[in-house]
Each structure stands twice: as structure tokens, then as C-alpha cells.
Design a protein around this ligand. Structure first.
Ligand code: SF4
Length: 203
């Protein structure tokens, strides 16, 4: 079956640049939905090169307001691809967003936020716990107990270089939405509580 490296939804173009991830979230839909999404096959046999992504998006840019680097996976595992493709999108004045788990600095071993300046308009960072232990227990991140602190630092650094930084939290049992929103506010980030997606949903 053909792999889909980008797909349109409403006025957005979503870019599926990797299936790899540094966490294993219990709410991750890629396993429950067999890597499908709205009829697209997001299971990548090969991670697409930047040139391949650019070829794929160029024929789909008409009417697109926003391009979103996402997955099914953690996009900052492919930072160079993000930078190359985002620079291309900026030639067409497309609003660029990254959906991330906030591990970008830990993954790349440096502060990557200055590299996003001028290329990325919004970073949407997933945060579903309010302390290091709960975060680790829920997500089993490869960076261990220090990951929560790393995500908080990532939010702070993003705020210096990216115009819009938003923390997103899934409405799951046991997740304290109010506390997560307070963390977002204390970091100067926006906040959005997201619906927990049970099964395949068309809207
Ligand atoms: S960070 Fe995203 S892709 Fe990775 S396991 Fe969690 S929900 Fe899935």
C-alpha cells in the first residue's frame, strides 16, 4: 500500500515526516488506528527526503493556509528536514506549525529553538502531566525522569524564537487539565485541551 507523506484536512496540509518517536503514549492513535487517518496510510516504509516532501506538497499547496509537521511520530527527530521544507513553504507565505512532544533539544543535543526562528510560526507542545514522575509513568520517554524538565525548558526557549507557543493536553482520566493550563500560563504559553480520540472519527 502506498505511503502518504502529506495529506490535506480543511485548509491545512499535514506532513508525515517520521514514524519514530521518543515516547510511547497510552493515547497514541497510530497503534489503535493501524496507522490510518482519514483514509490515508501514514505507516512509512521509508522516511521521505526533504526533496520528496517538497515535490509532494507543491502540487497540493492551492488553498492551503497552514502546514503542520507532525507524524505519526516526533518531527524534531528530523530537524534538518523541517528546516529545509519550512524554508520552502515560507516562499509561498504558508503559516508553519510543528506538533511536537517537546523533546527536540534532548533529541538533537542542543537548543534547537534559535534554528526555528523565521521558519516556524507556531509550536504546539504536548504536555499531559504536571510533574516529572507522572510524566515518566504515563509516557515512558526514552530520556527518563529528566524529560519533564526538558520539555518545560523547551517551552521557555521556544517562547524566545517562535511567535506562537501552545501547550496541548489531552482530556484523559487522571490528567489535571487545570494544572496543565496553569503551567502553560506560568510559562507564557497558550493552552488548548484536546479531545481524547477513541476510535476513528470523521470530524
Ligand atoms: S508523542 Fe505523539 S507520536 Fe509519540 S507516542 Fe505520543 S502521541 Fe504517539
Amino acid at each position: 500500500m502506498k505511503q502518504d507523506i502529506c495529506y490535506k484536512y480543511k485548509n491545512n496540509l499535514y506532513l508525515n515526516i517520521t514514524n519514530r518517536c521518543t515516547m510511547r503514549c497510552p493515547y497514541c492513535i497510530k497503534y489503535r488506528w493501524q496507522w490510518k487517518y482519514r483514509g490515508y496510510n501514514l505507516r512509512l516504509k521509508n522516511e521521505p527526503a526533504a526533496e520528496e516532501i517538497i515535490r509532494a506538497i507543491d502540487s497540493r499547496l492551492k488553498g492551503i493556509k497552514e502546514a503542520v509537521f507532525c507524524g505519526y511520530g516526533e518531527p524534531t527527530l528530523r530537524l534538518d528536514v523541517i528546516k529545509t521544507v519550512a524554508a520552502h513553504l515560507k516562499k509561498y507565505s504558508v503559516f508553519v506549525r510543528i506538533n511536537t512532544n517537546g523533546h527536540g533539544d534532548m533529541i538533537n543535543g542542543r537548543n534547537i529553538c534559535p534554528e526555528l526562528k523565521g521558519l516556524v510560526d507556531r509550536v504546539s507542545i504536548s504536555l499531559n502531566a504536571c510533574n516529572a514522575r507522572d510524566y515518566y509513568e504515563m509516557h515512558k520517554p526514552v530520556f527518563g525522569m529528566k524529560t519533564f524538565k526538558g520539555v518545560v525548558e523547551f517551552v521557555k526557549e521556544c517562547r524566545k524564537y517562535v511567535p506562537e507557543v501552545v501547550i496541548t493536553t489531552v482530556r484523559l482520566p487522571g490528567v489535571d487539565i487545570k494544572k496543565c493550563s496553569e503551567i502553560a500560563r506560568s510559562l507564557g504559553a497558550g493552552f488548548s485541551a484536546r479531545k481524547y480520540l477513541q476510535g476513528y472519527e470523521k470530524t
